[in-house]
Design a protein around this ligand. Structure first.
Ligand code: NAD
Length: 510
């Protein structure tokens, strides 16, 4: 696929262009402008001007735009999958199963359910019996979204759809590694008839992202590395801009003695190597109990050697997306080997292929002093640690500054849930990995350094609104008991009320 992408409002000089390359062949796929601070500010002003009219539409009307865009997505699924595969390096089937299809599900879900998920709440108060409250959810206004390259379609699309359904105008800055997919997101909605200014896609690099964080937006939604997330939080703190951060992970997989054997091996392989290990929720640490360790590790190694790496025809694993990732993976493996790790499979860049291909790698004799066990790897590398029992596995799994997802593998669901309750992560899956990003009704979020705030589900949708609380009298009186003038009698009245409510226990009944 070879296309030169430009946006109508940005005519960039040649030196201010991104060159998008296929990481499998290193061929140029197309170019896109690096939007300037001025262009970012202009886009935010256009978004501000368009937002009120968009918010005045009903949920049904906004949902109709999303569903029209979904119809276009369905029609163009093959082209889109090809573009995603070319720009990221992932197999086309994975572009469909992990990006395009989950997005179609998500569009459907939020187009139809947002009204119910954001319905007003009304209630009478308990002590203040004469009062009633109503909670409304209003759009935040202009939402800025900054997204990464590893899921260049599904991550920004989820945020865009939720932002639009909640009544916001959205300005999206896709990753500099995948600008062409970002541009297609804008195209889908433009062709679906979204009013001008309601969604704008501004391609660019970190400077464009920084300009968006500094622009007159009302909330920023960032998905990316901890390093950049910290910069976003610092910029946002200067002006108390609310933010959501979806950051990196170092997800642990705990394999109990009674794990379903075949499923656990297949799950470990997919969890560690899908998208060439470049998933925030990739399995990056595997703890297996010693009673099954030998048999389990042997089976994992054998099956890893059957995985097909390449870019033409049927392959399981494509290349890493960029040279920086290749360097991180190589350095972490070197550090681990220098400290005593043993490579059981893979461990090298694949010669003879032009792009950033790396063999799926299994290591053991690893420990938590190694970079590989502390830092996010984001590559096709699975370090395995043999533990005495589940208690040791839990301690080791929680010994991390990250907390995105984790998984427990056992045929005893009660045991799985007991371990899950003690794991320090946003989501814990029993006998599965990663997949809940594709289930729009489930929340996606990290604890510790893996992030703040939530995406997907009604909790993620509510990140795109602000609450308004309205309160009124059922039967207005001349004055409230706690207003002026104060007196001895008023003091006695309050003391009596305290006794009535909290000593005699009337509070229990109201
Ligand atoms: P990154 O932090 O390098 O870049 C992310 C985005 O931020 C890009 O669009 C980039 O242009 C922009 N950016 C860079 N510098 C900026 C700045 N100073 N101000 C504003 N924006 C700036 O991350 P990446 O390499 O694109 O993505 C990989 C990372 O994302 C991994 O750590 C991965 O775990 C994480 N991730 C997390 C989730 C999640 O849901 N938690 C999902 C996907 C990826």
């Amino acid at each position: 696929m070879n296309s030169t992408a430009t946006q109508p409002q940005t005519v960039a000089p040649p030196e201010a262009e991104l060159i998008s390359r296929n990481p499998a062949t290193l061929e140029e796929l197309g170019r896109a402008p690096i939007s300037t601070t001025r262009q970012v500010n202009d886009a935010v002003a256009r978004a501000r001007a368009a937002q009120a009219a968009w918010a005045s539409l009903s949920f049904k009307q906004r949902g109709a735009h999303i569903l029209r865009a979904k119809d276009l997505l369905v029609q163009r699924q093959d082209d889109l999958c090809e573009l995603i595969a070319c720009e990221t390096g992932k197999p086309t089937v994975e572009a469909l199963s992990s990006e395009v299809m989950p997005v179609a599900n998500l569009m459907d879900y939020f187009a139809r359910k947002s009204e119910r998920l954001l319905r007003d709440e009304q209630f009478t108060l308990s002590v203040f019996r004469n009062k009633k409250s109503r909670i409304l959810y209003e759009p935040v206004g202009v939402a800025g979204i900054i997204s990464p390259w590893n899921y260049p379609f599904s991550i920004p699309m989820g945020e865009v759809v939720m932002g639009l359904m909640a009544g916001n105008a959205v300005v999206l800055k896709p990753s500099e590694h995948t600008p062409l997919v970002g541009i297609q997101i804008g195209e889908l909605f433009r062709e679906a008839g979204l009013p001008d200014g309601v969604l704008q896609v501004l391609t660019g690099d970190g400077t464009t992202g920084g300009a968006l964080a500094d622009a007159a937006i009302d909330k920023i939604f960032f998905t990316g590395s901890v390093r950049t997330g910290r910069k976003i939080a610092e910029a946002a703190a200067q002006r108390l801009l609310p933010f959501v951060l979806e950051l990196g992970g170092k997800d642990a997989m705990i394999v109990c003695a009674d794990a379903p054997f075949e499923r656990t091996i297949n799950g470990a392989l997919w969890g560690a190597f899908c998208n060439c290990g470049q998933t925030c929720a990739s399995v990056e640490r595997l703890y297996v109990v010693e009673s099954i360790a030998d048999r389990f590790i042997q089976a994992v190694v054998e099956k890893t050697k059957t995985l097909r790496v390449g870019y033409e025809g049927q392959q399981d694993i494509g290349p890493l997306n960029n040279s920086r990732q290749l360097q991180v993976v190589t350095e972490q493996i070197q550090d681990a080997v220098a400290k005593g790790a043993k490579i059981l499979a893979g461990g090298r860049r694949i010669d003879g292929l032009p792009g950033y291909f790396f063999e799926p790698t299994i290591l053991m004799n690893v420990n938590h002093s190694m970079r590989l066990m502390q830092e996010e790897t984001f590559g096709p590398v699975l370090p395995i640690i043999v533990v005495k029992d589940e208690a040791e596995a839990l301690r080791e799994a929680n010994d991390s500054s990250f907390g995105l997802l984790a998984s427990v593998w056992t045929t005893d669901t009660r045991r799985g849930r007991r371990i899950a309750e003690q794991l320090e992560a946003g989501t814990i899956l029993i006998n599965d990995v990663i997949y809940t990003h594709g289930a729009p009704e489930t929340p996606w979020f990290g604890v510790k350094q893996s992030g703040m705030g939530v995406t997907h589900s009604r909790h993620g949708l509510r990140e795109f609104v602000r609450m308004k609380h309205i309160n009124w009298d059922l039967m207005p009186m001349k004055s409230n008991l706690w207003w002026f003038p104060y007196s001895e009698k008023r003091h006695r009245d309050f003391k009596f009320l305290m006794t009535l409510l909290h000593k005699w226990g009337l509070k229990k009944w109201i």
